[in-house]
Design a protein around this ligand. Structure first.
Ligand code: FAD
Length: 284
């Protein structure tokens, strides 16, 4: 029966949600409404970004603490290493551990324009964190290859270094080309990268915003997607339906391909992520 299907699936699927520190009081209100709504889906963890576009570490840390105390969820701060010394990073890690934070999303961070290549990469941060304590660590992966990587193989080798240093899972950059993700997942398996390569799902409702994100990250926006959003710039209602339809199709195909862990870039809104979870059978 459908009920049986839903409850079988519910036990197998893990979802996680990513938020960013809000910039205004109004955005903060939206964030908390979203967190409380999505918390009913019992995510495996929720994460909060950190860095240039989202303010200081303190803001990330404050939200993480508040999520933990208000919802009891596993709350994972993102941490970048290019903008701090090794000593500072160790101190930050100790503080997190002492505050009961056990899961960190370990990243290098983007190099500010005009700065030389960094001395430290995410693999080094994973090792540093593991030296401080036995954190649960997520790292980033790039199905369409990180823009700075020398080659696709070099980028996979880098992911392997991060996993060998102790990362427990990888979360991908967002993508729309599912074939590309599946090939990437196969390549990781062939290289003995034995952790989940969790797809990072970005719900789209606005092509202009998407094109901005995609340009920053070198993610390919396929023509079919551009076509879907053409001529509806001034029609938010249709954009919402179209975006929802694209998102539902995507999670359904990934599920059919055996994906059981999903990470949602919520953009601090619950609606689309909640609906995708519902489609997957993940319900309150
Ligand atoms: P790394 O794994 O260190 O890789 C960076 C690049 O360097 C790759 O091209 C890699 O192939 C190459 N490389 C690695 N090691 C070497 C080496 N020894 N020599 C030469 N090249 C090397 N950014 C933020 O600022 N804050 C966030 O909260 C944040 N959250 C994110 C969450 C997710 C799920 C993802 C996918 C990205 C996030 N980012 C965030 C963006 C991320 O910081 C950038 O993509 C950054 O440019 C790379 O980070 P990384 O951890 O993948 O770096």
């Amino acid at each position: 029966t459908l009920n049986q299907y839903v409850s079988d699936v519910q036990d197998k699927i893990n979802v996680s949600f990513e938020f960013f520190p809000p910039k205004t009081e109004e955005m903060e209100h939206t964030l908390w409404q979203s967190i409380f709504r999505l918390a009913t889906l019992k995510p495996k963890f929720v994460s909060v970004t950190y860095g240039a576009n989202s303010g200081t570490r303190d803001r990330t840390h404050d939200i993480i603490k508040a999520i933990k105390s208000k919802t009891g969820l596993v709350a994972a701060p993102h941490l970048t290493c290019i903008d701090a010394s090794q000593e500072q990073l160790k101190q930050i890690a100790k503080d997190y551990w002492d505050n009961g934070i056990r899961h960190i999303v370990a990243l290098r961070g983007d190099i500010p324009a005009g700065q030389p290549n960094p001395q430290i990469y995410a693999a080094d941060l994973v090792k540093l964190l593991k030296d401080v304590a036995d954190f649960d660590i997520s790292v980033a992966a790039y199905p369409e290859v990180h823009p700075e990587a020398k080659s696709a193989q070099a980028d996979i080798d880098n992911l392997k270094r991060k996993v060998d240093a102790g990362a427990n899972r990888a979360i991908t950059q967002f993508f729309f080309d599912i074939e590309q993700y599946l090939r990437f997942r196969d390549k990781c398996a062939a290289e003995n990268i034995n952790v989940d390569i969790i797809p990072g799902i970005l719900p789209v409702s606005n092509l202009k915003q998407l094109e901005k994100f995609a340009q920053m990250t070198n993610v390919h926006v396929p023509n079919w997607l551009i076509n879907m959003f053409t001529n509806i710039d001034d029609d938010p209602e249709t954009r919402k339906f179209v975006g929802a339809s694209v998102a539902m199709d995507m999670v359904k195909v990934l599920f059919r391909e055996g994906v059981r862990d999903f990470h949602f870039y919520t953009l601090n809104r619950a609606e689309m992520s909640f609906a995708m979870c519902h489609t997957l059978g993940v319900r309150p």
